[in-house]
Ligand binder design. Structure first.
Ligand SMILES: NC(=O)c1ccc[n+]([C@@H]2O[C@H](COP(=O)([O-])OP(=O)(O)OC[C@H]3O[C@@H](n4cnc5c(N)ncnc54)[C@H](OP(=O)(O)O)[C@@H]3O)[C@@H](O)[C@H]2O)c1
Length: 240
């Protein structure tokens, strides 16, 4: 087992964030998880040792408060995983422009502010040219090609890709910044059998991968010190 690390993962209240937190807790790492809603999953993770802190990434005061709480909790921060997300379609954004603001706040401006404020409060160090901190943005495999029903969502995820490249340049050499761009990882419970089959037929590898593949990719980013400004697509060979 590798030495215990301290990781911050945002959006640990369900699904991928929940399972990433569980994965690193099971490895003996110290996991700080930010949540928007205190779900049963958050309570389960707390029972396993998670340090759970509230944060609405659309609120600057919440981000500042999260940074203060983290600096009071740890003197070491090895990784920041920007996992939190909202998935509003264009029809929803058309009726409520606040949703457009939320897409950019949760995917772009919030993570940039959190990354920079954490560096100011808890500076990362480089040793022999190697970065002491990894920042990983979870984006979306389709964000550069786009999609007809989610222009705002994909544009905000593409902006997150750009933000990651800029932060990699800004924070070198003490911090590495990379992105994981998932395709379909897990269906929603309301997806019908037909919808699932149609979606899987677009992949070269037609299976539902589960958050395990995101944990495996994050393990690789954590382990390989030469990855910086990189984008890893995890999409089972999506073909359109
Ligand atoms: N699942 C997939 O197949 C898939 C595919 C492509 C990309 N991804 C990306 O992978 C990541 C995880 O996906 P997922 O399916 O697990 O996402 P998810 O089910 O939508 O969960 C997102 C998390 O972000 C939190 N969140 C929402 N608004 C927030 C806010 N204002 N401040 C702080 N946190 C907020 C949510 O909390 P609340 O519920 O309390 O709001 C939730 O815990 C996301 O970045 C997503 O875009 C996933």
């Amino acid at each position: 087992m590798s030495a215990p690390r301290t990781l911050l993962i945002t959006g640990i209240g369900r699904r991928i964030g929940e399972q990433l937190a569980a994965h690193y807790l099971a490895q003996g790492d110290r996991v700080i998880g930010s949540y928007h809603t205190h779900t049963e999953a958050v309570a389960r993770l707390e029972a396993q040792g998670l340090i759970a802190l509230p944060c609405d990434l659309t609120q600057a005061a919440d981000i500042a408060s999260l940074v203060t709480c983290i600096t009071q909790t740890t003197a070491q921060l090895d990784a920041i995983v920007h996992n939190a997300s909202v998935w509003f379609d264009d029809a929803t954004c058309a009726t409520d422009p606040d949703k457009i603001h939320a897409l950019y706040a949760v995917h772009v401006t919030g993570p940039i502010a959190l990354t920079l404020q954490l560096h100011a409060a808890l500076p990362a160090q480089a040793q022999r040219g190697q970065a002491g901190r990894l920042v990983a943005f979870i984006t979306d495999a389709q964000c550069l090609s786009g999609g007809s029903a989610h222009a705002h969502y994909f544009a905000s995820k593409a902006a997150a890709e750009s933000a990651a490249r800029s932060l990699a340049k800004k924070l070198k050499p003490h911090t590495r910044v990379n992105t994981i761009a998932p395709g379909l990882i897990m269906f929603h419970p309301h997806d019908t059998v037909t919808e699932r089959q149609q979606r899987l037929s677009l992949n070269l590898l037609p299976f539902e991968p589960s958050p395990t593949v995101i944990a495996q990719t994050l393990d690789y980013l954590l382990a390989c010190p030469a990855l910086d400004g990189a984008r890893i697509v995890v999409d089972c060979g999506y073909t359109t």
